[in-house]
Design a protein around this ligand. Structure first.
Ligand SMILES: [Zn+2]
Length: 383
């Protein structure tokens, strides 16, 4: 296997604390050796081993590719008009999802595939190298299964979200829909999915329904995750912690017991500040979570309704500006934190044996991701 020595790295974020004793594991004037798809060596340039080929990156900062652990990319159409209405004063409710469900069901496989391809490429240009993609705009057996089959073409991290919202045809029979999601729909979805997720929120699915669906998913071999506590206080976060889920996402409204449950269980709290930005809502209290010792991840939640950004650099900037995270905490949460939220030990960290996913910035330091919001700072992605 040929090896490649990368030099000209003014600042390297490794997320390997052995280098400097901090979570970011910073190295200055660093080098990385890549062999095939994996990292073979990381350290100071002066100590770098020989390699078959060498490339000087010209002096920028380099970090692990972003790990976006929460997105909804399989859909058709957009909801720009709904966004405009919201900005004109209407409030966000979970029901808007139904517009996208109708458009998604009506779309061809080719249309859905092209939409995912476009958004994954957009993410890549902004430094994302690992993305989780949910279904959840099909909401019937056929359309959920094909959504996941399409998502699988792009990532191993696919999530069955049949329990996104109760579709209109089950409006009078939510129990029948829960039975379908936990039965035939799950059977059709499971071969294409790694995870199962439930929108546990007033207006979507309650605690008992979430429990039933997650149990069925876990029995089918899927890992559990939850959308919880986005629109108000509720049982979702504590349920996720009780069940030992890998991650609970949103966590916008938390009481002290929720924070304690997250800290005790080790469940990752995934914060999605693009949603609060796009819905003009209060942000989660990241500081309280971090101070309590909770592992925090940042993700985009890219979807056509509540947050149509695919930009992890924007999420980092919002986390710092609006959620009182330090730039170091935000960059860790968008890389290593995302990997934890997906139970992945091969991405999010630049260390020997890990995947060679590197985001090269057109900036001398990772600090610029928060310091220069809205600026296209990703010069190149090596993956
Ligand atoms: Zn979501």
């Amino acid at each position: 296997m040929t090896s490649l020595l990368l030099t000209g790295i003014a600042e390297l974020v490794t997320n390997d604390p052995t280098h400097d004793g901090t979570p970011l594991g910073l190295l200055h004037d660093a080098a990385v050796v890549v062999e095939g798809r994996r990292i073979a060596w990381v350290g100071p340039r002066h100590a770098a081993p020989d390699a078959d080929a060498a490339r000087d990156l010209g002096g920028p900062a380099v970090l692990p590719g972003f790990v976006d652990s929460h997105s909804h990319l399989v859909f058709n159409g957009d909801r720009a008009e709904e966004f405009a209405a919201r900005m004109a004063g209407e409030s966000y409710a979970a029901g808007g999802i139904r517009t996208t469900v109708a458009a998604t069901r009506a779309a061809s496989d080719e249309q859905l595939y092209a939409n995912v391809a476009r958004l994954v490429a957009e993410m890549r240009r902004q430094g994302t190298t690992t993305v989780e993609i949910k279904s959840g705009y099909g909401l019937n057996v056929l359309d959920e299964a094909r959504s996941l089959a399409i998502a699988r073409e792009f990532t191993e991290e696919t999530t069955f979200l049949g329990a996104h919202v109760v579709p209109p045809e089950f409006a009078d029979d939510p129990a029948g829909y829960v039975e379908l999601v936990s039965g035939r729909m799950l059977e059709a979805a499971a071969p294409h999915a790694r995870w199962i997720d439930v929108f546990c929120e007033r207006g979507a699915f309650d605690e008992d329904q979430a429990r039933t669906i997650l149990a069925a998913g876990q029995a089918a071999g899927l890992g559990g995750r939850l959308h919880a506590n986005q629109l108000g206080l509720g049982p979702g976060v504590r349920l996720g912690c009780e069940l030992g889920l890998t991650a609970v996402d949103h966590c916008t409204y938390l009481d002290d017991a929720d924070v304690a449950a997250l800290a005790d269980s080790g469940t990752v709290a995934t914060l999605l500040p693009g949603v609060e930005f796009s819905t003009r809502s209060p942000y989660p209290d990241a500081r309280a979570l971090l101070d309590a010792g909770v592992t925090v991840a940042l993700a985009s939640d890219c979807n056509p309704g509540s947050c149509y950004t695919s930009s992890m650099p924007l999420c980092v900037a919002l986390a710092v500006r609006e959620m009182r995270m330090t730039p170091a905490e935000a960059v860790w949460a968008a890389t290593a934190g995302g990997a934890r939220a997906l139970a992945r030990d091969d991405v999010g960290v630049l260390a020997p044996g890990h995947r060679a996913h590197l985001t090269v910035l057109d900036a001398p330091s990772y600090l610029h991701l928060a310091y220069r919001p809205g600026v296209p700072l990703v010069a190149e992605v090596i993956a």
